[in-house]
Design a protein around this ligand. Structure first.
Ligand SMILES: *Cc1c(COP(=O)(O)O)cnc(C)c1O
Length: 359
């Protein structure tokens, strides 16, 4: 079976975990601090704050920006549920804007029309490893005085015009095992603003600045030193992992026929968390079945736009359809791209896709 994801855990990770267990400091401690510093250096931001997951990173970031009931947050409906659910957690309302069909990311030309007096933030999702158009998003945010919370959970190390994702607004990252790097479970928030850094640290730890004095409602969204030790070992490998993902993608770009391969605009560096093609002529599900018969994994990210999830329709009253989001949900298929794939694996994928598509 050629799988969709394979976390690469080496001797370094095992040794690092062992050392933490031996040290006796297991909860949030010196490794979390070191991992935060390494992550901030990778993102070229002043601060990074570790959390228990990408979802809690998003939740804390929204709280740190004081987004809550009555507020609206503009985001994409074509993403993992956590991007929008985090907005629901804080009592605000996600406002969905259609995607650019070439990049699968929010169509920046449609953002201004979605702004109302209640809009407090834009939450762009850098989907599949490709940055959103951050120049336009930052311009709109500054014009309307909106916060920008980047969901970079799939884009560790991706760049837009030379700048890392997560360094434009407040960045949020996931360290789940299928992501470009992992800490088993974990998340990270990045920012250049001291006030946001401090707010995130307080909210992450029970609203506590001084021990057992609680100034506001906070949570236990901390990372452990065990997880941070794995993350520290992984972050040193991020460039190598991403380079291999790009190399795999280049092979697919050159050799796949009959499907529409990913578009990378000038000035963007894609890190291919997923390699997502469009399959024309309604053949997507049949291609997926065919690949499965050849022992090749593939996945549909994402089959249901968020505004059509039952939670959003039945509980939150959404009743909408956005044409490019609907079309993408029907046509996309992600192929194995992870760094552990061999040349033989890549050739098997190409040969199966091309055979099925009849070219
Ligand atoms: C993985 C992911 C998340 C959530 O991260 P977890 O660590 O699984 O909580 C949020 N947004 C996107 C786009 C993701 O891919």
């Amino acid at each position: 079976m050629i799988s969709m994801a394979k976390p690469l855990m080496g001797e370094e990770e095992k040794q690092a975990v062992w050392e933490v267990l031996e040290s006796g400091v297991i909860a949030q401690g010196p490794r979390v601090k070191a991992f935060e510093e390494a992550f901030a250096a990778m993102c070229e931001t002043r601060f990074a704050i570790a959390t228990s997951s990408g979802t809690t990173a998003l939740h804390v970031a929204l709280l740190a920006h004081r987004i809550g009931p009555g507020d609206e947050v503009i985001t994409s409906p074509f993403t993992f549920i956590a991007s929008a659910n985090s907005v629901v957690y804080v009592g605000a309302r996600p406002v969905f804007v259609d995607i650019d069909p070439r990049t699968f990311n929010i169509d920046v030309r449609q953002i201004e029309a979605a702004i109302t007096p209640r809009t407090k933030a834009i939450l762009p999702v850098h989907l599949f490893g490709l940055s959103c158009d951050m120049e336009t998003i930052m311009e709109i945010a500054s014009k309307y005085n909106l916060a920008v919370i980047e969901d970079a959970c799939q884009s560790h190390g991706a760049t837009f015009k030379g700048y890392k994702v997560g360094s434009f607004g407040t960045g949020t990252f996931s360290l789940y095992p299928t992501k470009n790097i992992t800490s088993a479970e974990g998340g990270m928030i990045t920012t250049n603003e001291p006030a946001i850094d401090e707010a995130c640290r307080v909210i992450r730890n029970h609203g506590m600045r001084v021990r057992y004095y609680h100034d506001e409602l906070g949570y236990n969204f901390r990372m452990t030193d065990v997880h941070a030790a794995i993350g520290l070992a992984q972050i040193g490998k991020l460039d190598r992992f991403n380079a291999k993902r790009r190399q795999n993608a280049a092979f697919y770009d050159q050799n796949l026929k009959g499907v529409i391969t990913p578009f990378v605009p000038e000035g963007y560096e894609h890190v291919y968390h997923q390699y997502t093609v469009r399959v024309p002529d309604g053949k997507r599900d049949a291609l997926r079945d065919y690949l499965k018969s050849k022992d090749i994994g593939s996945e549909v990210y994402y089959p249901v736009p968020i505004y059509r999830q039952k939670l959003y329709v039945n509980e939150l009253g959404y009743n909408m359809q956005l044409p490019e989001t609907e079309r993408a949900a029907a046509e996309v298929l992600s192929l194995p791209i992870h760094p552990a794939l061999t040349q033989q694996d890549l050739e098997a994928v190409v040969s199966a896709v091309n055979t099925f598509m009849g070219v």
